[in-house]
Design a protein around this ligand. Structure first.
Ligand SMILES: [Zn+2]
Length: 371
């Protein structure tokens, strides 16, 4: 496999292949939480939709605290050999136990390709059990679309599988080795310390993948596995320290991750909203005719992909609001106080994320003024 990757490197784009997947221990003490939970998973409304495609209501799925690591999670078939894990739309809490994002896997005759790893080492182990409930073919690749916890912290469970390669954007490495990751780990440990255990001492570990994708934005790496082809696009840093979009070509599915959000307000804590707008336009140009898009949050969607236009509209409205505030000379606090977008109030996670997003975009626009 490594030879194929190097060949592709020579032809198409820089990838770095390390000798091995590396584990990095991150072991901060749990945070004392000042604020109560604001949007968790409600066990009294527990339910699962029948389909993960164009479903108007996301799961309200309670992850049992005492479930065994080898117990499969609920999974939806979205194409003949393609499966999706459909997460709750909520903050991490003791009911969803970090299952608040999507992931998926594709079974080819040669082996399995996994896209994202869910939000805790324990969910990663249960995701492996889920794959094992559908096939005993070897798990060959795990592609991490970006290193935010809800997509990435399960990756350590995959790291020990024999022969696996893990792929991510090169920005993952700097993030895993930075202090920034500590707060995010500490936050999860405050709710679900047991689920965050990755090593024998009960500490959390993040991983540095062995295949890191760099190079120009929209450059791509192609993985041919069995009869399926995965074109993995570098989409820069629109949402995190390094974002990827995957086109599963034979099934014609675009795994867009957190480039578009379905049924909830986006979160801007890293990344760049200007890049995000450019990338949403790129997505519709490059992959606007696919059969299905799978976002990182919310159900998979068919054409005309309204979640792309919705995400774009939110980012544009927020940028316009903040640009006006900067122009009027409002300070950060005044600008955030004036940032309300009434038409978005009823969308999930608005109350939780919007003010944080406003804060982020205000500072981003100030920065852009100096460029
Ligand atoms: Zn996410």
């Amino acid at each position: 496999m490594r030879r194929v990757v190097w060949m592709l490197w020579l032809i198409w784009m820089p990838v770095q292949v390390f000798g091995a997947i590396e584990r990095v221990t991150v072991d901060p003490p749990p945070l004392e939480l000042e604020e109560p939970q604001r949007f968790g998973t409600d066990p009294t409304r527990a339910w699962m939709p029948k389909s993960a495609i164009d479903s108007p209501r996301p799961p309200e799925y309670v992850v049992a605290a005492d479930a065994a690591d080898d117990e499969p999670l609920p999974v939806f078939q979205i194409a003949p050999d393609t499966w999706m894990l459909f997460g709750n739309i909520a903050e991490v809490d003791p009911n969803n136990r970090g299952f608040n994002g999507n992931a998926g896997f594709v079974v080819t005759d040669e082996g399995v390709v996994v896209i994202d790893a869910l939000g805790t080492p324990r969910l990663g182990r249960r995701m492996i059990a889920t794959i094992r409930s559908k096939t005993d073919k070897p798990i060959l690749y795990l592609i991490i679309t970006h290193a935010h916890p809800d997509h990435f912290y399960g990756a350590v469970a995959f790291a020990d599988l024999p022969g696996i390669h893990i792929v991510s954007h090169e920005g993952t490495e700097g993030y895993v080795r930075s202090e920034r990751i500590e707060r995010s780990v500490a936050y999860r440990k405050a709710f679900i310390p047991g689920d965050m255990r990755a090593d024998a001492q009960g500490r959390f570990q993040a991983i540095v993948p062995d295949i890191l994708i760099g190079g120009p934005r929209y450059g791509w790496l192609e993985l041919r596995v069995g009869e399926e082809v995965f074109r993995i696009y570098n989409t820069g840093t629109h949402h995190s320290h390094g974002d990827l979009v995957v086109h599963q070509q034979k099934a014609d599915i675009a795994w867009v991750s957190d480039l578009a959000f379905n049924g909830r307000v986006t979160f801007m804590g890293d990344g760049h909203t200007r890049e995000m707008l450019e990338n949403l336009d790129w997505l519709m140009r490059e992959l606007g005719d696919v059969k299905l898009m799978v976002p990182g949050h919310g159900s998979a969607q068919t054409a005309p992909f309204p979640m792309v236009a919705r995400t774009r509209a939110y980012i544009e409205a927020l940028r316009a609001k903040m640009a006006a505030a900067v122009e009027e000379g409002l300070d950060l606090q005044e600008a955030v106080d004036a940032a309300d977008l009434p038409e978005w109030r009823n969308v999930r996670l608005y109350r939780l994320n919007h003010r944080l997003n406003a804060n982020f975009v205000y500072r981003e626009l100030e920065q852009e003024l100096f460029e």
